[in-house]
Write a protein that binds this ligand. Structure first.
Ligand code: NAD
Length: 365
């Protein structure tokens, strides 16, 4: 499939291929939809098997950001970037990221970025040497720092709403939660769950990290491969994407799936698989949507501490609406979340068309 066909398939506005001959820096920036505002999304630094794989990844992630922002009150659209890590290229990572920053600057704010897989707040300082459009720098570089505490608070609020929907009470006391991934988000979440009285079983692919967190919080540990089989109220993915699949969904012994990881569903059918098993799924990009407040809200938009804290309540309200509508319509929550985002974008697009007269011109032919 050609690039334009791929763009047409999911409605991407712009895909920018960036190459610097001197350093060998290769990057792709995908701008999915700017109806609600300029595109924002993280920059991945990753070794891909093929350029097609990198293109697919960046386009998929950019559209995910559009949907995520559409469930917030932040005037931003969806974008993402990947810098292709190439072990045969002798140029160091800080230089590659700095050169990448020049390309970001050329877009004059139409795309802005922050950390993602393979990039840290510290790496953002390299990009910031060349562009004004980067956020979530580490605190020593005047940035907003770690986004995981606010993300975890949003996930906790989402878990409570899901508990209320399924069991009639949002109380954590006595609830059993299986937490997959005890990294930045997962460890904070596990701590909040324990404080709330829940009984947590954690798992992490890094055994040292798993033991450390479990010892600190006094939680149970499970082998990462066996966590899907643990009997619990909530299964909470906070590690990698694609964990809810044809293979894992039949194994789940929970009533709710609610966690902070991005792209939890392996494929489009997996939302239906959860629905058919009677498992309430909190759509990932909604339950983890406090994260962009911690980055873009705190950085670019200079939101107050009160407004950032309110994003947690925003997660709860957005999920409550999705759960109710999914129940009324008899559809999976993942489907309903996508529809709500698409309706908001379509409404904003038609308002804009009315304002600038392009809608009227189109109608009159
Ligand atoms: P992290 O790298 O700090 O933690 C991820 C943890 O998952 C690591 O400890 C890793 O060892 C573990 N892990 C990897 N594969 C695993 C597996 N199969 N089973 C169990 N554990 C496994 O990352 P993070 O910042 O905590 O992010 C976790 C997830 O949340 C990611 O999907 C990320 O995209 C998403 N997310 C993060 C933020 C944020 O603020 N950092 C915001 C929104 C979404």
């Amino acid at each position: 499939m050609g690039v334009f066909e791929r763009m047409a398939e999911h409605g991407h506005e712009q895909v920018i291929f960036c190459y610097d001959r001197t350093t060998g820096m290769k990057a792709i920036i995908a701008i999915h939809n700017t109806t609600l505002g300029p595109a924002r999304g993280g920059t991945r630094f990753k070794a891909y098997q093929t350029e097609e794989e990198a293109l697919d990844d960046v386009m998929r992630l950019a559209s995910g950001m559009t949907y995520k922002f559409a469930h917030t009150d932040m005037p931003r659209g969806g974008g993402k970037a990947v810098v292709l890590a190439d072990p045969s290229n002798p140029t160091d990572k800080p230089t590659l990221l700095r050169v990448f920053g020049r390309f970001v600057q050329l877009l004059a704010g139409r795309f802005g970025t922050g950390p993602d897989l393979g990039t840290s707040s510290r790496d953002m300082a390299c990009i910031a040497a060349e562009t004004d459009y980067v956020w979530a720098l580490d605190e020593t570089h005047g940035g907003t720092g770690d986004s995981t505490p606010l993300t975890a608070q949003g996930v906790l609020a989402g878990i409570r709403v899901a508990l209320g929907h399924v069991f009639g009470s949002p109380a954590l006391d006595g609830r059993r939660v299986a937490v997959q991934g005890l990294g930045g988000v997962g460890a904070h979440l596990a701590e909040l769950l324990v404080q709330g009285g829940a009984s947590v079983t954690g798992a992490d692919a890094d055994p040292d990290r798993a033991r450390q967190v479990a010892a600190r919080l006094g939680t149970a540990l499970e082998d990462p491969d066996r966590l899907y089989d643990v009997e619990c109220d909530v299964f909470s993915p906070n590690a990698v994407g694609g964990v809810l699949s044809e293979r894992t969904i039949p194994r789940l012994r929970c009533r709710i799936v609610a966690g902070g990881a991005n792209n939890q569903l392996a494929g489009a059918k997996d939302g239906w698989r959860l629905f058919e098993r009677g498992i309430l799924y909190a759509p990932d990009y909604v339950i983890n949507s406090a994260a962009p407040y911690a980055v873009i809200g705190a950085g670019e938009l200079s939101y107050s501490a009160e407004r950032l804290a309110a994003s947690v309540q925003g997660v709860a309200e957005a999920l409550g609406m999705i759960f109710r509508r999914a129940q009324v319509e008899g559809r999976p929550t993942a489907d309903v979340a996508d529809r709500i985002a698409e309706e908001r974008i379509a409404a904003a697009a038609s308002l804009r068309a009315m304002a600038d007269g392009t809608g009227a011109r189109r109608r009159s032919g």
